[in-house]
Structure formats: C-alpha cells, structure tokens
Design a protein around this ligand. Structure first.
Ligand code: SF4
Length: 432
C-alpha cells in the first residue's frame, strides 16, 4: 500500500521499484520511462503514477514528517490487542490467538468467527482484525473517489434500484466533457490520486468509447483509474487496460451459483468469475466481494464469499450490506444486522491479513452512520468518497437514502480526514 505523499525510489528491478516513505519500504510497479534511483514519485495501488522534482517532494515531506509519525503512534495505541478475555470461550480464544499470530485459519475456524454471538467475543474479533491490519499494512487508508457517470443499465439485478426494469426512474448519462470535468475537479481541485469510473451496463458506453475517455484522462492527469462498468467482455477488458485503466471494481455479489442465477436473471456466476479471472491475468487490480444479508443467504455463504474473493486475488475486498429498494423484487426484506456486517469485514481481514484492503462501503454507512469508524476499527482500511457532480447523484439510486449523496466534495473530504486523523490513519490517495 502506498501513501499520498512522495516516496523516494530506492531500488529498481525490471518493472518493480522499492519506495521509501520515512523509512517504511513499499513495492510498486513502474510504468514511467526514465525513472532512476533517488527520484521522488507518487505511487497508487502499487503503481508509480507520477514523478516529481526533488525540491517539491522535500518541501511536502518536511510538512508531513511530524504528522506521519504522530499518526503512526496513535494507530499503534488504538490497535493494541489487550488480553481481556472476559466472556470469551476457550475455542474462540484459541482461534483468535492463532489469527493474531498470523497463522492461516481453516475455513471452519473462520466460520466460527463469523457466527460469534456474544458482544465480548465480537469485540475481541474486531480488535484482532484491527491488530492484524496495523501489523501487516500499517496506518495507510485508501480514499478513492468514485464518479458515477451513467445510471442507464441493461441488466435486471433483483436488488438494484437502477435495473432496467425500474421504468419510472429518472436516469442520466454524463457527457464526455462532464466526465472529464468531474475528473479534473477531483484530481486538480481536491487532490484525488485514484478514481473509480462507475456506471450501470450502459450500451452507449462501448469499450472503444470508454477507452478513448480513459486515454484522454491519462493524457490530462496523473491518477490511477479503476473501471466499474459491469461485464464489458474480455476484449473490452484488454482494450480498457491498454487505454490506461489499472483497476476493476466488479463484485460477484454471491458465491452461490443458484442464488446468483435467481438474483441476476439471464446471467451466470461463472461468466462473472471468468471476467474477474481474466482481469487479473491482464494485470488489473481486483476489487470484488459480495452482498451481506441477501434473502436466502446463510453465514456459510458469507464464508464462501470471503474465500472466493481471496481466491480471485482481491486487492480490495468490497463487502457491503444488502439494502432493499422499494421498487425492486426484493422490497420488503430486511437489511442485515450491523454486527454481521462488521463480523464479515473482520473475518475478511483475518482471512487475508497481509494483503487485503478492506472497504467500508457507502451501503454500510447508509445502514449505520457510525459505520466508517466501526469498520476501520474492525480490520477495514479503505473508504470511497462520491465525487460525482451533486446534480446527478440522486438519480443513481441503487438503494434509497444513500449516505453522503447530499454532501459536497469538500465536506466529505473534511469529515473523512478528521475521522482518519482521530484514528491515526494516513490517507493513501488523497493528496492533502
Ligand atoms: S447491480 Fe449493476 S448490473 Fe445489476 S442492475 Fe444494478 S447497475 Fe445494472
């Protein structure tokens, strides 16, 4: 994981560089020509995205130095694993001890953690996950921006408020200029270094059209681009990668093929998994995961979802709660319990302690306004801010009353940074 501050290149070996951040070493893939040892760079998601002049880098680092160590100290303090085990049974303690030692848990042990019932045991689970997050990944926290550029979708996922069957919905499709302007504002005005471009599966945005947009963004800005446009086809994936996209957000939603088929008429889980596998082969950073609390889902399914995300080489686990939309076939069902959501995030951290970025989704924040803090203290280390122009946001109603949809970008940034500072976390991709 990288920081949103300049790092100094220490070693270069083929495509890989080692970057020093105040003594902490991180690895990144370099795609810049002419990079040399001693150069200062910004890296995102494991990719070098920009080099910068030494005097500029040094003046940014001088401002950051003290804060960097203060944040680390606070994180260390808040993530200490005390040995308080009141109310925790012997089996749970044994499993959590094993996890805290960094040993891999068996699926049955992870299942035990997902199904913990007492508040004491759950508390210890969250603390263990947070301890592991700091131990392996330090205090960096991803803060990606997301631009939702079209609410048109040709698919009919039963849980989704913008599915094609929702005919009464007011929809929008941003023009190329509007998208480019939103990217410019996010990168140049607000300092984002990693952006997700998201839409429904909108036939108007073909792979060649998206590729042209991505090329234009890369021509104008230094930033890491993730695509989140559904199943664009294997050729489409290659085309967008060649254009400069380096990450893909594509959730499989459930690892149960029958439940998947029931919720996604005319679609197969295998097709989606094929996209994710090919995307990884092509070189994309994978962001994937599932919905927690789907009607008909069991804790065993959630365990399988976590294991599948790991098997798919998820760079970032995106697990969020099912939130029913009143105009969908799943209206009338309930959102899951907050403890189940937190338990899933914590179990995901324990399943992949050394590598995973774990996202606190907007859906979780919609269910519980305290979700960010709770999630970040239970193993998570990523958040996304909605940087779509405000006039469009209400129409991207995948579920009702989405958190932050009425907050301006500066307000979202301020609240997020203040929360991160309070927890001793440093944003990785929001240059501040
Ligand atoms: S979940 Fe995605 S693919 Fe499915 S209907 Fe909604 S926007 Fe379309």
């Amino acid at each position: 994981m990288c920081y949103a501050i300049p790092g100094r290149v220490e070693t270069i070996e083929d495509r890989y560089v080692t970057v020093d951040y105040f003594g902490e070493k991180k690895r990144a893939i370099n795609e810049l020509d002419g990079l040399k040892i001693g150069d200062y760079i910004y890296a995102q998601g494991g990719f070098v995205i920009q080099s910068l002049p030494e005097p500029e880098a040094k003046s940014i680092l001088a401002v950051w130095k003290e804060t960097f160590f203060e944040l680390q100290e606070m994180d260390l303090r808040l993530s200490r694993l005390d040995t308080e085990s009141k109310g925790v049974d012997a089996k749970t303690l044994r499993i959590l001890d094993k996890a805290a030692e960094g040993r891999e848990l068996k699926p049955e042990e992870l299942y035990h953690l997902i199904t913990l019932e007492t508040p004491y045991e759950r508390e210890l689970l969250y603390k263990t996950a947070n301890f592991l997050r700091r131990k392996y990944l330090g205090n960096s926290c991803c803060v990606h921006g997301i631009i939702e550029f079209s609410s048109f979708c040709k698919r009919n996922c039963h849980y989704c408020g913008i599915s094609t069957n929702h005919t009464g919905l007011k929809r929008y499709r941003m023009t190329d200029d509007e998208i480019l302007d939103a990217v410019r504002e996010a990168v140049e005005v607000h300092g984002f270094q990693a952006l997700v471009l998201q839409s429904g599966e909108d036939p108007e945005f073909s792979a060649p059209k998206l590729a042209e947009l991505i090329r234009e963004i890369k021509r104008r800005h230094h930033c890491l681009i993730f695509i989140s446009v559904g199943e664009i086809g294997i050729d489409g994936l290659k085309e967008l990668y060649d254009a400069g996209a380096r990450g893909i957000l594509l959730r499989f939603e459930t690892s149960d093929p029958e439940l998947y088929a029931k919720l996604h008429p005319g679609s197969l889980l295998e097709t989606r998994l094929e996209h994710l596998r090919k995307a990884f082969e092509i070189g994309y950073l994978i962001v994937t995961g599932g919905l927690i609390g789907l009607p008909g889902q069991t804790p065993r399914d959630i365990l399988n979802d976590i294991l599948l995300a790991k098997e798919l080489h998820a760079e970032m686990f995106s697990f969020g709660p099912f939130v029913p939309h009143p105009d969908t076939p799943l209206a009338g069902n309930n959102t899951p319990d907050v403890e189940l959501i937190l338990g899933t995030l914590a179990a995901a951290r324990i399943a992949d302690p050394e590598n995973a970025k774990i996202l606190v989704t907007t859906a979780f924040e919609t269910v519980d306004p305290g979700a960010r803090e709770k999630g970040l203290m239970a193993g998570a280390n990523s958040v996304m801010l909605n940087v779509t122009p405000e006039r469009f946001r209400e129409c991207y109603e995948i579920y009702p009353n989405r958190a932050h949809s009425h907050e301006g970008i500066p307000e979202q940034i301020e609240t997020t940074l203040s929360l991160l500072r309070g927890l001793g976390r440093a944003p990785t991709d929001l240059g501040v």
